[in-house]
Structure formats: structure tokens, C-alpha cells
Design a protein around this ligand. Structure first.
Ligand code: C6P
Length: 406
């Protein structure tokens, strides 16, 4: 198999439009990716033919909805090579996954004097839950520094690792810099001091195949909407033995086995962590997104994405008055920069006038912006349907924006 980008683009109806009179150039995939026909159709088909509540009804539609719901769990299990579907917990997204671990595992396992390590490049979703937990438990949240080109300082990480560290929680690919972190080495080192490891996979899951058993992290979290699936659904992967020992995060229907005023017993995994009516259509859409990605030659997809990104990085290196924020050669999906010519938000607006969608601002990662002494950046973030021509459109757009700003 190989990769035909035009055939792929044809499967994304939203890309076939003009914005402000110009062909849309969508470079905000770090915020959310667009959805292929396969995902849109699966959700539409579900609502037209199969909609019902799951695990509850005594009727055919409920059986069908439950079948689709659990098949998607098996699809996701295979997609990330987890050992068992009991290790796949549906969440609203990455943010809820981190919060679930913080307030279930964290409350149960952390006490005064314990430490949680996160990197300085984390998204707020992997900082604030730990701060809230630290305030409740007396544990300490300690940032691992990041070097000038946007890589975790591994010497500093080694120096911080001791028996006080109970959890290391780091991002796989930074949404603000694009850095790909060496998560396997980080995981192994944390395990060597007895710490658990959570990896935030929000920005990695769309780019290359994941293998939970090889990576050996304890928790991995991601959102469907950043991998061509719908919003409002995501995954917490956790090792079965750890999830089994964790208390429920939220109480309600479905997560129980028996309820009485004398006491309640809880359902088995994964249902113990899934109270209430779930987002069944979201799960169906996520299953379709997984099958969409698996139908492609993922090595060819990764090679295409890398070639487009390398081209963008090369153009950025030669663009006068542009400073890259994050310039590691281990990079995926993201080009983050500031221009001498003007403020990121002005540049974003001027690009939008030319049909080019980027994100500007701090990208919910204020500590790393502070590390670089910038209030925010312009971020172009790429997906499998982007092309070199779109990179050229971005830089032509910057040229034009500069004429308005200077
Ligand atoms: N980053 C961006 O534009 P949710 O919102 O729960 O789906 O994902 C949160 C999240 C967590 N970690 C990382 C690394 C992320 O990139 C994100 C979401 C978007 O960069 C929206 S702020």
C-alpha cells in the first residue's frame, strides 16, 4: 500500500470549501482534526438505525447498540495493543482521563511528602489536576525542566527521580512545541524507582501506531477528536491490575454491582469507571476513526506527514524574522513560532482572511510559554491530509500578513 493524499482529501467533505474566498488551508489539527466520511456516516447510520441505551434494554436495538459499543472497545484495544478490553475506559477526552487518574489513583496513593513529576511543556490538563490533588493530599508537584530547543532535560529528570516520586506524568508529543518525548526511556526510569507513569497521548495518537504492551506505561490518555473521530469521547488506558485496585471516580448507574443502604458493591472493569449513560454515538464514531486509520498504510502516512513537517521546518529556518518556539529534531505535527513583524493573534487573523486556519495564543500551556518568554505563538499543526502546497500557502500568507503589519 502507499499513500495518495488527494484520495484522502476527497474523503474529508469539510476540506472542499472556500473560506473568505480562498481554498481552505486547515492547519489547526492540534486543536481538532477534521472528520472523514467514514466517521460522519457511521455516526449518522447509528442514529438512523441503531440508537438505544447500552447494556440495559431487553430489545433488539439495545442489543445492537451494545454490540457496536463493545466492538469499538475491542477495536481501540487492538489499535493501541492493550492486553484486554478491561483496560479501555471511555472518557470525555484526554482531560477527563488525567482527572480520573488524579482523583481515583492519586487520592488513594499520594500523601504528604510524595512527589508527582510533570514536564514544563505540559498542557494545563496535565498540570492543574495534579495541583488540585496536591492541595488535597499534601503531595508536591515538581516540574522537570525543558532545554532551549524544547526537549525534556533528561539529566535533570534523572536527578529528580528518587523514592519520593510516586508518579511521572508527561506528554508524548507537545501541543505547543511539537517535541516527541522519549516516553519509553522516561517510563523505564520511573519504574526503576517504583513510580507509576501516565502518558498524555492527545497529540501522538493520530500520527503513528501505539503499543501499550511495548511501552509499558501504567496509564495512557487520548481524545478521539484529535484522531479524526468525534468530540466528547476519549480513552483512558490503564493496566488491569492497577485499575482493579483503584476506587471508582464517579458514582451512578452502570458502575455498580449491587446497591443498598447497607452498602454498595462495584461493577467489574471497565464498567466500574463508566457511570451513567455513555456517549454511544461518540464511541461508534471513534471505532470508525480507528478503522479508517487502520485501513491506511500507516508507515506511508507517517512518512508523508514527516515529509510535510520537515518541509515546513526547513522553510521556517530560512524565513526572516521568524523564531521557532521548540526546534527539536524529534518532532511531530506542530510548527510553533513567533514573528518579529507582529503579535501572534494579529497574524492569525490576517492568515484567516486568506483562508488559512492556525491557532494562536498560549495553547493551554502557559508554563512553557513563560519558559520561552513569549505570551503565545502562531501554531500550524498538521494532519495526514495536509500537503507541501499548503505549507507554501502558509508562508505566502505570512508574506502577505507582513505587508499589513510593517
Ligand atoms: N489541546 C490544542 O489546541 P481535550 O481537550 O481533553 O480533548 O485535550 C486536552 C489536551 C491535553 N493534552 C494535550 C497535549 C493537548 O494538546 C490537549 C488539547 C488542544 O492544543 C486544545 S487546548
Amino acid at each position: 500500500m502507499s499513500f495518495d493524499v488527494n484520495a484522502i482529501r476527497a474523503q474529508f467533505p469539510i476540506l472542499q470549501q472556500s473560506i473568505n474566498g480562498k481554498a481552505l488551508v486547515y492547519l489547526d489539527n492540534g486543536a481538532t482534526t477534521q472528520k472523514p466520511d467514514a466517521v460522519i456516516d457511521a455516526i449518522s447510520h447509528y442514529y438512523r438505525h441503531d440508537n438505544a441505551n447500552v447494556h440495559r434494554g431487553a430489545h433488539t436495538l439495545s442489543d445492537r447498540a451494545t454490540g457496536l459499543f463493545e466492538q469499538a472497545r475491542e477495536d481501540v484495544r487492538g489499535f493501541i495493543n492493550a492486553q484486554s478490553t478491561e483496560e479501555i475506559i471511555w472518557t470525555k477526552g484526554t482531560t477527563e482521563g488525567v482527572n480520573l487518574v488524579a482523583f481515583s489513583w492519586g487520592r488513594d496513593n499520594l500523601k504528604r511528602g510524595d512527589r508527582v513529576l510533570v514536564s514544563t511543556m505540559e498542557h494545563h490538563a496535565n498540570i492543574v489536576p495534579w495541583q488540585l490533588l496536591a492541595a488535597q493530599t499534601g503531595a508536591e508537584l515538581v516540574p522537570i525542566p525543558v532545554d532551549e530547543i524544547g526537549q525534556i532535560d533528561l539529566q535533570a529528570y534523572d536527578d529528580l527521580l528518587d523514592e519520593r516520586v510516586k508518579l511521572v506524568s508527561v506528554v508524548h508529543v507537545s501541543n505547543a512545541l511539537g517535541t516527541v518525548n522519549p516516553v519509553k526511556a522516561i517510563t523505564d526510569k520511573a519504574h526503576a524507582v517504583g513510580a507509576r507513569v501516565l502518558i498524555d497521548g492527545a497529540q501522538s495518537v493520530a500520527h503513528w501506531p501505539l503499543d501499550m504492551q511495548a511501552l509499558d506505561c501504567d496509564f495512557y490518555v487520548f481524545s478521539a477528536h484529535k484522531m479524526y473521530g468525534p468530540m466528547g469521547i476519549g480513552v483512558l488506558y490503564g493496566k488491569k491490575a492497577i485499575l482493579d485496585a483503584m476506587p471508582p471516580f464517579m458514582g451512578g448507574g452502570e458502575m455498580i454491582e449491587t446497591v443498598s443502604f447497607a452498602g454498595t458493591t462495584f461493577n467489574r472493569l471497565p464498567f466500574k469507571f463508566e457511570p451513567g449513560t455513555p456517549n454511544v454515538a461518540g464511541v461508534v464514531g471513534l471505532g470508525a476513526a480507528v478503522r479508517f486509520l487502520q485501513s491506511l498504510d500507516r508507515q506511508a502516512v507517517a512518512a508523508h506527514e514527516q515529509a510535510v513537517l520537515d518541509y515546513a521546518v526547513d522553510r521556517a529556518h530560512h524565513y526572516e524574522g521568524l523564531r521557532l518556539i521548540g526546534d527539536s529534531d524529534q518532532r511531530a505535527g506542530v510548527l510553533s513560532f513567533v514573528l518579529d513583524a507582529g503579535h501572534p493573534s494579529d497574524i492569525g487573523m490576517l492568515l484567516d482572511q486568506q483562508g488559512i486556519a492556525v491557532r494562536t495564543g498560549n495553547h493551554c500551556a502557559m508554563p512553557i510559554m513563560e519558559r520561552y518568554g513569549v505570551p503565545g505563538t502562531v501554531r500550524a499543526s498538521f494532519a495526514l491530509y495536509n500537503t507541501r502546497e499548503e505549507v507554501d500557502a502558509l508562508f505566502n500568507g505570512l508574506d502577505k500578513a507582513k505587508t499589513f503589519l510593517l
